[in-house]
Design a protein around this ligand. Structure first.
Ligand code: PLP
Length: 378
């Protein structure tokens, strides 16, 4: 047998939970197609694992950020349609066509480049026109849509399959701005009815949960599929039934008794106040554990919350396990995100400590952390 090189820090991906979250969100979408957003390595959950499972559960179309993300999955043998969400440049036109991607389009330069690439490949390319109804990022202005579509129509190799928009504030308690956006999008949809566009779509997770008027012809949830709330202000009670798909775990590789007054790790940013039992775990900022969490984090060991102490380093961190003296051993599990015993640490807890959002916590988990799929039950 090959000797083990398996990393001791792992992200455990619960596919059964992913499946249940998908069903919950599909019920919210009322039978409309649901196009999972799996960009950024499926928000850190492992794009290939997640995509394969979603396809096995009947999803057909997946959303990625760029052509490279789609290409990696297609090269790995996945069979899916890929909607490419970010604006890109003409230098990607050939690859977008070759990989059969459906890019978001919001410039004539890109439309022309795609048309040319499709011509050369003897293919057609389906595109989605992005309307900026108020995100203030990519997209044409609503009033430009009819004329822009007239121009797109002149490119014989383009099929305008979708009309889409995005929300900046659907996760807030006050839905006033989002409702205005829906109104704007609806008016564009009506003004462009004659173009035979198959799908109008704008709902992210927050809108899928809280804004039924945004569901149109398809929905594009990301974060909720992974069992994480888009924010604390979601009104839909079903948000509490979502199950976090990812757990982030490591193992104790070293244990040492140190006297009171011992400085720990770089800069001695922590000094023990009493004789302490200090565990080392092989996880650091190169794994995506933000260094700013140093001395402001708790890991679950032996079912108890134990404080992380000293600066988080590139590959290792320290945990004060003094309260587990006599009950803790080398190889024991330490949970960074997830459940152990009766307790749980969530991505939201880490996000709150860092004054950021759960999206950033999970998508920052580094590539070198293996994603281990478990629980493939449907
Ligand atoms: C264009 C677009 N649609 C949908 C989503 C999914 O958003 P969420 O993860 O909040 O559901 C994103 C994510 O950033 C996005 O950029």
């Amino acid at each position: 047998m090959k000797p083990s090189t398996q990393r001791l820090t792992q992200a455990v991906i619960h596919l059964d939970r992913l499946g249940r979250n998908l069903r919950l969100l599909q019920a919210q979408a009322g039978g409309r197609p649901l196009w999972p957003v799996i960009k950024a390595n499926a928000y850190g959950h492992g794009a290939e694992i997640v995509a394969r499972h979603l396809l096995s559960l009947g999803c057909h179309e997946l959303c990625v950020a760029d052509v490279g993300e789609a290409a990696a999955l297609l090269d790995a043998g996945l069979r899916a349609r890929f909607l490419v969400l970010s604006a890109t440049l003409p230098e990607h036109a050939e690859a977008l066509v070759a990989y059969g991607c459906e890019p978001v389009v919001c410039t004539l330069e890109m439309a022309e480049a795609l048309d040319r690439a499709a011509q050369q490949a003897g293919r057609r390319v389906a595109v989605h026109l992005k309307i900026d109804t108020g995100m203030g990022r990519i997209g044409i202005r609503p009033e430009e849509a009819p004329a822009f579509l007239e121009r797109l129509r002149t490119y014989s190799r383009l099929r305008i399959r979708g009309l889409m928009s995005h929300f900046p504030r659907a996760d807030e308690a006050d839905k006033g701005y989002s409702l205005e956006q829906i109104g704007r999008f609806r008016r564009v949809a009506e003004a462009t009815r004659g173009f035979g566009i198959e799908f109008r779509h704008m709902a992210n997770s927050a809108a899928l949960l809280d804004l039924p008027g945004s569901h149109f012809d398809a929905v594009r949830p990301g974060i909720a599929l992974y069992g994480l709330p888009p924010s604390r202000q979601i009104a839909n009670p079903r948000v509490r039934d979502l199950e976090p798909v990812l757990e982030w775990k490591t193992r104790i590789t070293f244990l040492k008794e140190v006297p009171a007054g011992t400085g720990l790790s770089y800069g001695h940013a922590f000094r023990t106040e009493r004789p302490s039992l200090i565990a080392t775990v092989p996880v650091g900022y190169a794994d995506g554990l933000d260094r700013r969490l140093s001395n402001d984090l708790e890991l679950l060991v032996g079912g108890l919350r134990c404080p992380q102490v000293g600066r988080i380093t590139m590959d290792m961190s320290l945990v004060d396990v003094t309260r587990l003296r006599g009950q803790v051993a080398l190889g024991d599990e330490a949970v960074i995100i997830g459940r152990q015993g009766g307790d749980q640490v969530t991505a939201d807890e880490l996000a709150a400590r860092l004054d950021t959002i759960n999206y950033e916590i999970v998508s920052a988990i580094a590539q070198r952390v293996p994603r281990i799929a478990v629980g493939a039950l449907r």
